[in-house]
Each structure stands twice: as structure tokens, then as C-alpha cells.
Design a protein around this ligand. Structure first.
Ligand SMILES: [Zn+2]
Ligand SMILES: [Zn+2]
Length: 399
């Protein structure tokens, strides 16, 4: 294919796909059009035949990543009016060729039609890569504003246990999207072998058959609509050609729910030599049945009996580091009182630990034995204090 072809033909329009169409979209569009325009289906129709050739040519280029990139670059360079400054025999025009290839010829020396083929001869380079090399060595032109670009960041999620958040851990995070299998480079075929074009559908993925005068097309059964057959699947990815992308990550001790960890340079690759983006992992910490977290403090609710509340007690409290501690409940402790055990909370980012906050909950037995009931009645008589003294003023005001 000549460079002129590349620049003059709009392969995207030929296939009816947008410029950012995925390979899958391109394949789909091609299959649809190829079915529709196939000469077998349009005997004697020269227009359909021409279109069929056009579509096939467009598909040849756009389905091949390397050729598609070359094509995109060639068009971006020459069809956008952003030509390189000082380029071409009659150059020095300060850049900015008129849009479209047609205008290019008029700038050539000696007038007439200045074809790319001439250009290639003149540069002594028969290949496109060489042409671009020459172009890019001629000052900023098209490369201005197209310098290195940092890759985008990738977001991932990680859910860890309450305990792991306290101790920290090393784990792997599954990244969104799949990467090509490293063994087969994405082909799905065992290294050394390669997928072959399905002979039944000739790579189209669909077959047509006529039935009662109608041409019906259906997915090819031999290749399950893929267009290719893998005789020896890659053992690594079992023929899928893909693998999950995993990233090892170290979660620091004391991480809080919702905190984000950033792994520099593990995002998307940069463009034109730019640095890669970052990986940002949002960490979710699962709740614990017994303990809670309040920043660097651990919290626990400690039920105590009425007698313990009144008389005071030493109560054993569980901890997550398996070294139980004893909390002294002072005599006369009411529900909701918070006792602080220093340094027994979660690790702090800057070192040290938070506290364990013990919230006392006085549990009143819902049912009393006769003996306990008698004891409480005795207790009531022995407690002359009115716990609602501070409310009586208001009660009297209302009366
Ligand atoms: Zn097939
Ligand atoms: Zn593989």
C-alpha cells in the first residue's frame, strides 16, 4: 500500500466505524459489510464488488494494530493541516498545509502533482518508517504538543479483615482489565504454534446458507464465531489469550477503612516515553463483631452486672493481640462510662498506638429470681438518693 492510499482513503468511513473503534468493533463492522457485499451474494453488481474491495482493504489495515497506527499517524500528519514546518521542496511556508492531501501538491516545487511516491524517492527511503524519521528530524512541526504523556491512573479495590488492617499485610490486588497472556502474547495458541483461519467461514466467523431462496447467515460452528481455530491452546491461559493483572501491595498496619494506597508507576503506560500512571487502591476494612475503630483508637462495649457497677470490679477484656487485659471498673460506674486503656489501640501511621476505649454497659437482668427480687427490694430501701433530683425542679414548674 502506498502512502498516498493511506492518506487519501478514509478506512474508518469505509467500515462505518468511529476513529476510536475497538478491534472487536472493526471486526464486527467488517463481518456485517462483507456478508452484505460479498460477490457471491451480489452477482454482476459492480458497485457492490467495488465496495467489497474497499471494505476488505480497510479491514486489512485497521485490523492490524501496527498498520492501523501507521495509517492513523499518516492521516493525522497530512490530512489535518498540521504539517511540519519547512517540510517539502518548496517549504518554508511556516507549517500549516491546507487541509487535505490535495493542497499539498501545490506547495511542491515546479508545480504539478506532487505525489508521495516522488517524495519517497527523493528521501531515498522506500518505507514509511523512514519517511517519518526524516519528518520528525525537521523541527517541531507535528511533534509540538505531542510530547511525552503520562499514563492514566488505574483504580482498584481491596477488602481486608479488621485484624489485617491492624497488623498490616502483603497481598495481591486484582487490577481491572485483562492483560495479554505472557506465554502466548495474547494469541491463545501454544507458543510455537499459531491460530489458523477457520476454513469453514474463511475467518468471517459467520457462514451463510441458502434455504428456500433466502440466504441465512449464522455463526460458524467450527470456530464458534471467532474466525480462527486454535489447534493447540496455550497451557498458561487455556486458549483465552488473556490473564488477570495482579499487583503485589503492602498494606501498612493501622490502615483505616476507605483509605487509599498509591503505587507509583503501576498505572497505565505512558505515551511517547512519558511516565506510567499510578495505581490507586481503595482499601475497605470489614467490620468486627466485637471491636470497633475510631481513628487509631479501638473501641469495645463491656457489659457489667448491676453489682459490679455498684461495687466495682476487675473485669477481663479480650484484645485482638491475644494478650487479654484486666480493666478496673471503679465502684459506682454507670452505663456509658468510658474507660481508657492507653496504648492498646491500633497502630498509628507515625508510630505508636492509639488507645482502647472501653464503654461500660450495665446489664439489668430482665427476669429476677425471688431471692434477687427480695434483695433488690432491700436495696431500694437502702438507697435513699433520688437519681432524678436535677429533673424535679422542671417537674415542679410544670405543676
Ligand atoms: Zn469458522
Ligand atoms: Zn496464553
Amino acid at each position: 500500500m502506498s502512502v498516498r492510499d493511506m492518506v487519501e482513503k478514509d478506512y474508518y468511513a469505509a467500515l462505518g466505524v468511529p476513529k476510536d473503534a475497538t478491534t472487536a468493533d472493526i471486526k464486527k463492522a467488517y463481518r456485517r459489510l462483507a456478508r452484505e457485499l460479498h460477490p457471491d451474494k451480489n452477482p454482476g453488481d459492480a458497485k457492490a464488488e467495488a465496495r467489497f474491495k474497499e471494505v476488505s482493504e480497510a479491514y486489512d489495515v485497521l485490523s492490524d494494530d501496527t498498520r492501523r497506527r501507521e495509517y492513523d499517524e499518516a492521516r493525522a500528519l497530512f490530512a489535518s493541516g498540521g504539517g511540519p514546518a519547512g517540510y517539502g521542496p518548496g517549504g518554508g511556508g511556516g507549517g500549516g498545509y491546507p487541509p487535505g492531501y490535495g493542497g499539498f501538491g501545490q506547495q511542491g516545487s515546479g508545480g504539478g502533482s506532487f505525489a508521495f511516491d516522488d517524495l519517497l524517492r527523493e528521501n531515498g527511503s522506500g518505507n514509511l518508517g523512514g519517511l517519518f524519521d526524516n519528518l520528525f528530524q525537521r523541527g517541531p512541526g507535528p511533534s509540538a504538543g505531542r510530547g511525552p504523556k503520562r499514563g492514566t491512573d488505574i483504580a482498584a479495590e481491596l477488602t481486608i479483615s479488621f485484624e489485617d488492617a491492624l497488623t498490616g499485610l502483603e497481598t495481591t490486588v486484582r487490577l481491572p482489565g485483562a492483560a495479554p497472556c505472557a506465554q502466548c502474547h495474547g494469541s491463545g495458541a501454544r507458543p510455537g504454534s499459531s491460530p489458523r483461519t477457520c476454513p469453514t467461514c474463511r475467518g468471517l466467523g459467520v457462514v451463510s446458507r441458502s434455504q428456500g431462496g433466502f440466504a441465512l447467515s449464522e455463526p460458524c460452528r467450527d470456530c464458534r464465531g471467532l474466525g480462527t481455530i486454535i489447534d493447540q491452546p496455550c497451557p498458561e491461559c487455556r486458549g483465552s489469550g488473556r490473564r488477570e493483572r495482579m499487583q503485589k501491595i503492602r498494606v501498612p498496619a493501622g490502615i483505616a477503612d476507605g483509605q487509599k494506597l498509591r503505587v507509583r508507576g503501576r498505572g497505565s503506560a505512558g505515551e511517547r516515553g512519558g511516565p506510567a500512571g499510578d495505581l490507586e487502591v481503595t482499601v475497605h476494612v470489614l467490620a468486627h463483631a466485637i471491636f470497633g475503630r475510631d481513628g487509631a483508637n479501638l473501641t469495645i462495649i463491656l457489659p457489667i452486672s448491676v453489682a459490679e457497677a455498684a461495687l466495682g470490679a476487675s473485669v477481663k477484656v479480650p484484645t485482638l493481640d491475644r494478650t487479654p487485659l484486666t480493666v478496673k471498673v471503679p465502684p459506682g460506674t454507670s452505663s456509658g462510662r468510658r474507660l481508657r486503656v492507653r496504648g492498646r489501640g491500633a497502630p498509628r501511621a507515625g508510630g505508636g498506638r492509639g488507645d482502647l476505649i472501653v464503654t461500660v454497659d450495665v446489664v439489668v437482668p430482665p427476669k429476677l429470681s425471688p431471692k434477687a427480687r427480695a434483695a433488690f427490694q432491700e436495696l431500694a430501701k437502702a438507697l435513699p438518693e433520688d437519681p432524678r433530683e436535677h429533673l424535679t425542679v422542671l417537674l415542679e414548674d410544670r405543676a
